[in-house]
Design a protein around this ligand. Structure first.
Ligand code: ADP
Ligand code: ADP
Ligand code: ZN
Length: 212
């Protein structure tokens, strides 16, 4: 089963992807995480994308398609695409890559939220440096003992691009470049919507309901 989670920055894609990994044994492919890893390990590509990401712009289709191609060619079944595809050329490329592996996109789930909610979600976001578990100052606080509920890690990170100015840019990029994918998958008969404004557990239940 291959699932695309679609939605603006802060919609809850990463949070729900982690549940799908735990419960369905799927592999999460987050291009945002891959790009941040490249940046942190200081590769040539990582250096090139750092500034673009900090500004909240999209990196080139060529780079992200290359990252996804590598993962798909390495084999395995059952992926959750989190933050990819984000443009129409990326969507076409994904269909082709999956076809080459004898696979297809099975579900495209849009986490629908309103823009007002995103500022608070993004401003309050942090992640466990060890396992990547996603927290929120208001809606999913780090446990009082300061340890990650999942792995016990004690170091948490905030993203350089999680500020209001970059969020505005990312939201504009979402509306200009990514939201057309809703129509694209609708026409293919694959588009499904879940209310992303509900609490985390309710969103999880609604996503699961789409997969049965
Ligand atoms: P969010 O969680 O806010 O939706 P991501 O972690 O998915 O953000 O992405 C962070 C940044 O990485 C984006 O603003 C963009 O610069 C870059 N990026 C991630 N995925 C893609 C993609 N599929 N195409 C182009 N740029 C991407
Ligand atoms: P995305 O990957 O779409 O950018 P995240 O999963 O990183 O989104 O979530 C963004 C922030 O919102 C995080 O701080 C997360 O803990 C919080 N969050 C995610 N889903 C919900 C929800 N349903 N209700 C409240 N807060 C949420
Ligand atoms: Zn952790």
């Amino acid at each position: 089963m291959n699932i695309i989670l679609l939605g603006p920055p802060g919609a809850g894609k990463g949070t729900q992807a982690k549940f799908l990994v735990d419960e369905h044994g799927l592999t999460q492919l987050s291009t945002g995480d891959m790009l941040r890893d490249a940046k942190e390990s200081g590769t040539e590509m990582g250096k090139r994308v750092a500034e673009v990401m900090a500004r909240g712009e999209l990196v080139t289709d060529e780079i992200v398609i290359g990252l996804i191609r590598e993962k798909l060619e390495a084999g395995g079944r059952g992926f959750i695409f989190d933050g990819f595809p984000r443009t129409l050329p990326q969507a076409d490329a994904l269909a082709e890559l999956l076809q080459e592996e004898g696979q297809k996109v099975d579900h495209v789930i849009e986490l629908r939220v309103d823009d007002e909610a995103l500022v608070q979600r993004i401003a309050g976001r942090s992640t466990c440096a060890n396992c990547g578990e996603v927290y929120n100052d208001t809606t999913k606080p780090i446990p009082a003992d300061g340890k990650c509920a999942k792995c016990g890690g004690t170091e948490f990170k905030r993203r350089a691009d999680d500020n209001e100015e970059s969020l505005r840019k990312r939201l504009m990029e979402y509306y200009k470049q990514t939201s057309p994918l809703i129509g694209y998958y609708y026409v293919k008969g694959q588009h499904e919507v879940v209310d992303g404004l509900a609490d985390i557990e309710s969103v999880k239940a609604a996503v699961n309901a789409k997969l049965t």
